[in-house]
Design a protein around this ligand. Structure first.
Ligand code: AMP
Ligand code: FES
Ligand code: ZN
Length: 319
């Protein structure tokens, strides 16, 4: 690891990794051993490594998988779910599962077709919503996600390029509880993707290698590529960029402070009267009803056409 000027063997690496996870947790006061943690697991390397590392450290951590219903070429969502189930069994801890199709009435790819939202925007919205609602309903104290240094730096780079001061104000490894929003933490903020992959491989964790089919061509991946080239030229660039920002972040705080109130339909916190999730469900279900009414009309017409044909056939026969 040139950025740390450190070389570790296979035997020492997991200990170093778990110790540095705990250091980040303590540095940012993410949670304590008295807290119940809901680890949002996607089936990818980062979040499964996080669940494993937290259990190794003795934290009370359970898994939460959101089944997005993405099929892709190879059954992306069901493969991811299987990976989470396998780790849940290995760790002997429960995995909570929430199906988007069951809750919303359609999986992510269909939501994209039925609404004006892109897959990633619908996906981000439902993930944020279910993480918060489930942790509240099941009495967890904190939600932990597997975002790593590469993810954070790519988002920081993107927000800085656009000078998104509101987003910059909210980019932090700990987002505290507020008005119905559970605390959210990112204990892997200082690990690169490569470091979490090594931990996953050494521990033979059952992760899914495929990227989400909708991530192909995403700008975040382009940014990661650029940043990796900078890191290659000057090791430590990613970490310095993030640390520098975290020191200067107070300059952006309160740039856009919004007041939250319970959604009038589901009671989850929102800035308007009805939250974006309830509006999304409404849109999806209205479209599904319209489509089913149209299909019903069409099949009625088909039935009529068939009857008319038979009538004329009969007429021909009888002629
Ligand atoms: P992503 O937004 O895909 O880069 O994922 C960032 C983090 O969100 C992951 O490390 C997980 O902690 C969480 N996450 C992503 N997808 C899911 C999912 N389908 N179910 C539960 N958590 C997820
Ligand atoms: Fe959300 Fe791909 S994981 S659209
Ligand atoms: Zn709502």
């Amino acid at each position: 690891m040139p950025e740390h000027k450190l070389a570790l063997c296979r035997g020492c690496y997991p200990g170093w990794f778990v110790d540095h996870t705990d250091r980040a947790i303590r540095k940012f006061n993410m949670f304590t051993r008295n807290d119940r943690i809901l680890v949002a697991v996607s089936g990818g390397k980062d979040s499964l490594a996080l669940w494993h590392a937290l259990r190794t450290l003795g934290y009370e951590a359970d898994g939460f998988y959101i089944d997005l219903g993405i099929v892709g070429e190879d059954g992306y969502s069901s493969k991811s779910k299987q990976a989470c189930i396998a780790l849940s069994e290995a760790l002997g801890r429960p995995l909570r599962v929430q199906s988007v199709s069951e809750a919303v009435g359609a999986p992510i790819p269909q939501i994209k077709d039925l609404t004006a939202r892109s897959s990633c925007s619908a996906c981000g919205l439902v993930k944020r919503y279910f993480m918060n609602r489930t942790s509240l309903e099941l009495g967890y104290d904190v939600i932990a996600t597997g975002h790593n240094l590469d993810d954070e730096v790519a988002v920081l780079f993107s927000n800085t390029l656009r000078w998104e001061t509101g987003y910059l104000a909210r980019q932090y490894p700990v987002l505290e509880d507020r008005e119905g929003l559970k605390r959210k933490v990112k204990p892997f903020i200082y690990f690169t993707e490569k470091q979490t992959t090594i931990y996953t491989l050494i521990n033979s964790l059952p992760y899914v290698r495929d990227e989400c089919p909708y991530a192909v061509g995403a700008t975040t991946l382009e940014y990661k590529d650029v940043i990796n080239r900078l890191e290659h030229e000057t090791p430590g660039t990613k970490r310095r960029f993030l640390d520098g920002f975290l020191k200067a972040r107070h300059l952006f705080v309160d740039a856009e402070d919004v007041v939250l109130a319970p959604c009038t339909i589901c009671a989850q916190p929102t800035v308007g009267e009805v939250c974006a999730y309830c509006r999304l469900i409404n849109q999806v279900q209205t479209r599904l009803v319209t489509i089913s009414a149209d299909a019903h009309g069409a099949s009625h017409q088909g039935q009529k056409a068939f009857t008319v044909l038979r009538d004329s056939d009969l007429r021909v026969d009888s002629a």
